[in-house]
Design a protein. Structure first.
Length: 316
């Protein structure tokens, strides 16, 4: 029997969005019925009432609900009555932050019912070892993973989600080759090349003509930097696909503060995850070719044309 049958309400908690998402996915994998995903639904009361009665028209569903601590607090009276109740019309799995107080009544009840599922997060002391282990476990491996771990921590600090996102992007960029410390330096090289953003904009819009014009106008002497800027923008798009929250997406992309992600979000809707990852892989192949000594401008021009075939809209 699924662990979810112990209570109608479960909570997956943790400060890291990525780690708690992993716990949630493992948990709902034990559920045999449909999975419904929502973010802070406005009709939480109706949803909870529906859980009390089995539907004649569909199987009981697992409702995976993401909510900030403030939203969960507003719904606590609704949720409290679900704790430990037998499953009839479905279950609710809350994905949220840990409670601010240890004596929080809702989470104490959930814990007593065995319905709290906490993501295991490393302490500051263990952070480098934890990240080293994750780098070592990558399919393509890593050259001196501990050195890479310290390099990433130097760039990003102790933010677990930003570190995990950086590892994912490095894995995509290196394709099947082991990750090394040089890859970390390349990943953050775009910070010094901000004026090339117009080139990246044109590539991601599928406008090859404008991209090539911009490339030759401002990036002819620095094709490697132009490619780094494009990689940086693709990282932002990938982060926006991972999180609807701007602050969280910024952390995933390795940015600080709360930058304006309006344009990356628009691109994310247009490109989607699969296309964004294909573009990143194409950029990785271009970087590899540049390192081999091939004509960097020719490589970048070829990448621009291939990108156009992927992202241009009908009629462009």
């Amino acid at each position: 029997m699924s662990a979810l049958h112990a209570s109608v309400l479960h909570a997956v908690i943790g400060t890291s969005h990525r780690l708690r998402d992993g716990v949630a996915e493992a948990l709902i994998a034990t559920w045999n019925g449909p999975i419904k995903r929502q973010v802070e639904p406005d009709d939480a009361q109706r949803l909870i009432l529906d859980l009390a009665t089995a539907s004649l028209f569909e199987e009981p569903a697992c409702h995976l609900i993401r909510g900030r601590a403030e939203w969960v607090k507003r719904q606590k009276d609704l949720f409290r009555d679900l704790v430990g109740q037998p499953v009839v019309g479905g279950v609710v799995v809350l994905i949220t932050d840990p409670p601010a107080r240890k004596d929080d009544a809702l989470f104490k009840a959930l814990d007593k019912a065995g319905a709290v599922h906490a993501a295991e997060e490393p302490s500051a002391k263990d952070l480098a070892d934890w990240l080293t282990h994750r780098l070592t476990a990558l399919p393509q491996g890593a050259t001196d993973p501990r050195k890479i771990a310290f390099a990433l921590i130097e760039h990003l600090g102790s933010d677990l989600d930003a570190l995990l996102s950086a590892v994912e992007v490095l894995s995509l960029l290196r394709l099947d080759a082991p990750i090394d410390a040089a890859a970390v330096d390349e990943l953050y090289a775009s910070d010094a090349a901000k004026p090339l953003f117009a080139f990246s904009d044109a590539v991601l819009e599928g406008d090859a003509g404008r991209a090539l014009k911009q490339l030759h106008a401002v990036g002819a002497g620095h094709p490697e930097q132009a490619l780094s800027v494009l990689v940086g923008d693709l990282r932002k798009v990938l982060a926006c696909l991972d999180s609807d929250d701007d602050a969280e997406a910024a952390r995933l992309a390795g940015l600080f503060g709360r930058p304006n992600l309006y344009h990356p979000r628009r691109r994310a809707k247009h490109l989607g995850r699969v296309m964004t990852q294909r573009l990143l892989r194409g950029a990785a192949l271009a970087q590899r070719a540049m390192r081999s000594g091939a004509d960097a401008m020719l490589i970048l021009e070829t990448l621009v044309l291939h990108a156009r075939a992927l992202v241009r809209r009908p009629g462009r």
